[in-house]
Ligand binder design. Structure first.
Ligand SMILES: C[S@@+](CC[C@H](N)C(=O)[O-])C[C@H]1O[C@@H](n2cnc3c(N)ncnc32)[C@H](O)[C@@H]1O
Ligand code: SF4
Length: 383
């Protein structure tokens, strides 16, 4: 992706958090609430998000807007006209690039052809569809509000309505064998997305899934099986022409990579609006972390009071460098060594991680073996 723009304005991406879901999945610990009976709150939130975008534009000054990502929660529950109004605020706040990427995270349950056409007309050009699995028993076990047939129909409707389609899939389900996962992933590939995000099921503290695991009612696959499923994922997707350009993300060619996520992984600037959203903004030479209140009412109130949802905190150079290490090593491009200067990584530590991370042309890049043990690798380098 182009992170420097011809007109000299620094690029910016925008993340919009829409926290409502029609049902809360038992494995999810995102900042979400059930949407039922919250019409007045939704209207207030949509208005606050638009004001917050204006507030962020005052903070950043003129920028080129390269991406807008509607995430959640389930932003596909937004009324398309409401989404168009938020997008319009973003287009007015900054100068949109000619190839502005606009992604909508979508639940298959609200992705019929008519709605997707309406989102495309509103300006969405990339759909990230939360399929998770194309096996009905898996979807039931995950507590999803759709079956495989609906997920397939949604993917087909997305292909007809949008230029770009990404599918989210989850592996590492209790009792999942390598052959079962291979079938599931091959079914997803057969839907011909240009991009696939493949996540290992994680047991997040406080979720019903985590409580069931603690009580022994859910048994995650053993470490050996998980290693097998991980390897299989890379092999199947690579055989189908996808590049593993990030730990969980696979794209068919450069143009299919998520420009929005590349901004995060490359240490670019992004504004985050909506409850709990966070951002990173560079002003002069300083890097600022921005964090909005997690509660919907608290967020609306903060925007009403200050014209900006986020609280800003300046990152110390070491913190900023650590973030670059964490983000950069996730991708196949790695991170520029000069961005890691404040970590003062000495030669012996680089030697210790040989085979896991290599220095090439002024960059540090995790090898495929290194990506498998990324947390330990980063902890060693940043000690
Ligand atoms: C905001 S959701 C996507 C849109 C929509 N809410 C949905 O679920 O269809 C983002 C993605 O996070 C992933 N996810 C959420 N919790 C997870 C967990 N505990 N383990 C693995 N993946 C998870 C799912 O793949 C999900 O599609
Ligand atoms: S996985 Fe998606 S639909 Fe399920 S609760 Fe989380 S954000 Fe909502």
């Amino acid at each position: 992706m182009n992170t420097s723009v011809a007109d000299g304005r620094r690029p910016i991406a925008l993340y919009v958090h829409w926290p409502f879901c029609s049902r809360i999945c038992p494995y999810c610990d995102f900042n979400v609430v059930r949407d039922r009976g919250r019409e007045a709150q939704k209207a207030k939130l949509a208005e606050a998000i638009r004001r917050d975008i204006e507030g962020h534009a005052r903070l950043t000054g003129p920028r080129t807007l390269v991406s807008v990502f509607f995430g959640g929660g389930t932003p596909s529950l937004l009324d398309p006209a409401e989404l168009a109004a938020i997008l319009e605020s973003a287009r007015r706040a900054w100068t949109p690039s000619a190839d502005l990427e606009v992604t909508l995270e979508t639940n298959p349950a609200d992705a019929d052809h008519r709605r997707l056409e309406a989102f495309a007309t509103a300006g969405v050009n990339r759909l990230s569809l939360g399929v998770q699995s194309l096996n009905d028993a898996n979807l039931k076990a995950l507590g999803r509000n759709h079956d495989a047939a609906l997920a397939r129909r949604a993917a087909q409707a997305a292909k007809a309505a949008m230029p770009r389609l990404s599918l989210d899939m989850i592996w590492g389900l209790p009792g999942q064998s390598a052959s079962a996962w291979a079938r599931d992933l091959e079914d997803a590939i057969a839907l011909q997305p240009e991009h696939v995000s493949v996540y290992e099921l994680t047991f997040e503290p406080g979720t019903p899934f985590d409580r069931a695991r603690e009580r022994g009612r859910i048994v995650p696959p053993s470490e050996d099986v998980r290693a097998e499923l991980y390897d299989l994922t890379g092999a199947l997707l690579s055989a189908a022409g996808f590049e593993a350009y990030e730990v969980s993300n696979h794209a068919r060619g450069e143009a299919a990579r998520s420009r929005h996520n590349l901004v995060y992984w490359r240490g670019g600037d992004y504004a985050g609006v909506g409850p709990g959203a966070h951002g990173r903004i560079t002003r002069d030479r300083d890097r600022w972390a921005a964090q909005a209140p997690r509660g919907i009412d608290a967020y609306v109130e903060a925007v009403g009071r200050a014209g900006l949802g986020a609280v800003l905190e300046r990152l110390e150079p070491r913190q900023a460098a650590l973030e670059r290490l964490l983000m950069g090593l996730r991708t196949d491009e790695g991170v520029a060594l000069e961005e890691l200067a404040s970590l003062a990584i000495d030669e012996s530590r680089f030697r210790d991680v040989r085979g896991l991370a290599e220095r090439q042309n002024g960059r540090l890049i995790a090898t495929p073996d290194g990506r498998r043990v990324l947390n330990a690798l980063i902890a060693h380098l940043a000690r």
